[in-house]
Design a protein around this ligand. Structure first.
Ligand SMILES: C[S@@+](CC[C@H](N)C(=O)[O-])C[C@H]1O[C@@H](n2cnc3c(N)ncnc32)[C@H](O)[C@@H]1O
Length: 383
């Protein structure tokens, strides 16, 4: 299908709606280790598998995911003996990726587990917590969470400490009244199983998951960083990039995880986060003046242009990049992010090989007036 738009945005677009589920996190909910943390914004292991095939990735190659989120690209690479590097601006994402891709001594985990669950409960003060966090749990659950958090802090081995922290985060989400509805947190009370019971069950399951894996041996590294400026990565190094940047209009990745941040990342100040894509619409350089885009879209595309430049720099010649992007909906229009990004990538030097629409959703204003359809597309390009 040839895109109807004229001139600089006329790219060939293919439709493959059977990939619609793969570009979401949903299939990961049933996959061991991938499901240690529910990351709504993630894509699936099966998507990465497909890309490893399409991009012709071999054992020993190096893959980069500059927006690694919960580490789906890295963990899948590890499974197949492929080396991978992840970068993310969010400490929560980097933490989750690290714990999921680490190698563990299972006997040590079992040993610590026995000790942890035999500790005598001591009540911790919940007064200092925000009202949102207090509303998100029953008093009993919250006291249990704080008790275990303090006990986990005492574990001297950082790897093991992080393992139990992720298990506790997962257990906390299971007893939480809070749920993520789009970009906001909502509260819905429900009956609960005691936290300790769920926490124990989760640790057991995580150990069981680790027993089943048989990694082929590869290097996996994760960094806190900014995809627009990855100075710490060598030029012309990576064989491929598999990634999904934040979506335009859905770029706020800290607010929905504010309870996790408050409970488990005490030192992190949400306000201090400045490196998120499109969050700083000051000093905008308009890359498409002829389109008269909304300011947030201009800021987003400017940031993504910087990220694309960096991806181009770190890829080897002939290296490929697969990136999931979505069109952005505004009250008066749909911004064709896939085509605009393809245009920017071409100007940087990439050859656009494919634009595949995996999903299309109808967008409405006030839930009544149809604005149009917004595509979620896979961009495949070559350096
Ligand atoms: C769509 S999610 C990636 C999900 C990932 N594919 C997965 O399966 O979990 C986008 C990620 O980009 C991160 N991010 C936002 N701005 C960033 C930046 N400037 N540099 C690096 N990462 C950034 C967010 O923290 C978020 O984790």
């Amino acid at each position: 299908m040839q895109n109807k738009r004229e001139g600089f945005l006329s790219f060939k677009i293919e439709k493959m709606y059977d990939l619609g589920n793969l570009v979401t996190f949903i299939p990961n909910k049933k996959v061991p280790i991938h499901n240690w943390f529910y990351f709504k914004e993630g894509f699936s292991r099966n998507f990465v598998l497909l890309m490893l095939d399409w991009l012709d990735i071999k054992i020993g190659n190096w893959i980069l995911d500059p927006f690694c989120g919960s580490g789906t690209t890295l963990l899948t690479s590890k499974e197949f003996g492929i080396n991978a590097v992840g970068v993310d601006a969010s400490p929560l994402a980097v933490f989750v990726t690290q714990v999921k891709t680490e190698d563990y001594d299972l006997d040590k985990i079992k040993d610590y587990s026995r000790k942890l669950f035999s500790k005598k409960f001591e009540r911790c003060e919940i007064k200092g917590l925000s009202s949102l966090t207090k509303r998100a749990f029953s008093k009993y659950s919250l006291e249990d969470i704080l008790f275990f958090k303090e006990e986990i802090k005492k574990i001297d081995d950082p790897k093991i400490r992080n393992f139990f922290t992720l298990a506790l985060m997962n257990a906390s989400s299971k007893v939480s009244y809070a749920y993520k509805d789009g970009g906001v947190i909502k509260i819905r009370k429900k009956p609960n199983i005691p936290l300790k019971k769920i926490f124990k069950r989760i640790v057991k399951k995580m150990v069981h998951d680790l027993k089943k894996v048989n990694y082929k041996g590869s290097e996996i590294k994760v960094y806190i960083g900014d995809a627009r400026k990855m100075d710490f990565l060598q030029s012309d190094f990576f064989d491929a990039v598999i990634t999904s940047p934040p979506y335009l209009n859905k770029i706020e990745y800290t607010k929905v995880y504010s309870i996790e941040y408050e409970l488990f990342f005490e030192d992190f100040k949400i306000d201090s986060l400045r490196s998120y894509i499109g969050l700083n619409p000051k000093h905008i350089r308009d890359l498409f003046p002829e389109l008269n885009l909304p300011d947030v879209a201009k800021a987003y595309l400017q940031d993504m242009n910087d990220a694309l430049r960096e991806i181009y720099r770190v890829l080897k010649d002939d290296g490929r990049c697969s990136m999931i992007v979505a069109e952005g909906a505004f009250p008066d229009r749909i911004v064709p992010v896939d085509l605009l990004m393809a245009n920017l990538a071409e100007k940087i030097g990439f050859k656009i090989e494919k634009i595949i629409v995996a999903k299309e959703r109808v967008v409405t204003r006030e839930r009544i007036f149809k604005i149009g359809k917004a595509r979620e597309s896979i961009l495949i390009m070559k350096k």
